[in-house]
Design a protein around this ligand. Structure first.
Ligand code: TXA
Ligand code: MG
Length: 350
């Protein structure tokens, strides 16, 4: 199958793609978090194609994307007041809410669960496409399962070329990490997957906000997708968190230790400040693959650049990746959750 990239789509282009979606085809769609691999969320065969294209485990449920709050009415049994408040404040945006599904939603979309995950993306082209499609669009991240999520159309093309007919290219995703997934109870919210809508932000609307225990322990996660290997670059990866000086010293020690074989390039994902400290210590970065995300401790910039730098390191065929982490607050919780998986738990707090 030939994969067509539609750049800066017109309304006429979007109508063609919307038609393809209604007819059961797969289309990669832009959102503010990451690119999604979309299919008609009411069509079981169309959703089967998602699992096949991604190589995704079939018990991992999908998020249904909608253009507005109103469009969820046919998809759910009821809308609790807390859910309504959250949607009013955070939609369109990177918040996914799970609610009890109506009979209209096939179990294929929910991995057999009684709850369906719903999200209205904060992306004009994405939302226009959802409006034109007129059906909810099931869309996981548009990567092959286990690999870093795509934040550009080019990254989607690398994983999905030949597997899907269309990629709608609307430029790089703003946020860079996937949406916050929450389960809503009477006046409480459980965060199943951290994202850019942070615990602190949710607390401005709901009195009790907690993280699913599985995020910090070995218990079974409520978001089935959280248990799988994820976001992994090709090379092994290690992350350090601390002051710029401590980080530079630890990195020097590490690259000079016998733990690392010395041939080939190393991928570095760093802030300006740590790059500077390494320079002052006399460690040459010029022969390495270096990605500077922004200033030390800036979780938003790190989130924005995270997946695209991992994909660039894959392209550069680095043999090892050393990354800088951020404190566990605000969006830092979401970034460090992805780091945890990408490094297979190899994070050193200095
Ligand atoms: O930002 C995003 O959410 C992106 C863009 C494309 O919208 N989508 C995305 O989808 O990240 P995916 O499939 O890669 O991740 C969906 C997550 C998984 O961890 C899944 O287990 C969880 O949401 N999930 C989906 N439905 C659920 C449900 N009914 N109950 C609990 N967790 C659910
Ligand atoms: Mg994903």
């Amino acid at each position: 199958m030939e994969t067509k990239i539609i750049r800066n789509p017109s309304d006429a282009d979007l109508s063609i793609v919307a038609e393809a979606l209604r007819n059961g085809e797969l289309v990669a769609i832009p959102t503010e978090t990451v690119y999604g691999l979309g299919a008609n969320g009411l069509d079981v065969e169309a959703m089967d194609k998602i699992y096949a294209a991604k190589g995704r485990p079939s018990d991992n449920p999908l998020i249904l994307h909608v253009p507005s709050i109103e469009s969820i009415w046919p998809l759910v049994k009821a809308v609790p007041e807390t859910a309504m408040k959250l949607m009013t404040v955070f939609w369109p945006g990177s918040l996914t809410i799970t609610l009890e599904k109506s009979d209209l939603v096939p179990y294929r979309a929910t991995g057999g669960l009684e709850r369906v995950a719903l999200r209205c993306p904060d992306h004009e082209v994405g939302r226009r496409l959802l409006e034109l499609a007129g059906v909810p669009i099931a869309a996981p991240s548009a990567n092959i399962s286990g690999r870093p999520s795509p934040t550009t159309a080019e990254a989607v093309f690398r994983d999905m070329n030949g597997r899907i007919p269309y990629i709608v290219d609307a430029g790089p995703s703003n946020v860079g990490v996937e949406s916050t997934v929450v389960e809503v109870h009477d006046d409480a919210v459980i965060i199943l997957r951290p994202g850019s809508i942070t615990k602190e932000m949710l607390e401005t609307v709901v009195s009790t906000v907690t993280y699913d225990k599985a995020l910090s322990t070995d218990t079974k996660p409520k978001a089935p997708g959280m248990k799988y290997k994820h976001y992994a670059p090709d090379a092994p990866m290690k992350t350090f968190v601390g002051s710029p000086k401590d980080m530079a010293l630890a990195i020097m020690d590490y690259v000079r230790s016998g733990d690392m074989d010395q041939g080939g390039k190393i991928g570095f994902l760093l802030s300006y400040e740590v790059q500077e400290e390494l320079g002052q210590l006399g460690y040459p970065l010029d022969k390495q693959s270096v990605h500077i995300f922004g200033h030390h401790g800036d979780g938003l910039s790190l989130a924005h650049d995270f997946y695209r730098s991992l994909i660039a390191f894959n392209e550069d065929k680095v043999h090892y990746i050393i990354a800088e982490g951020v404190p566990l607050e605000g969006i830092g919780v979401a970034v460090m959750n992805r780091m945890e998986k990408a490094t297979n738990g190899d994070i050193v707090y200095l």
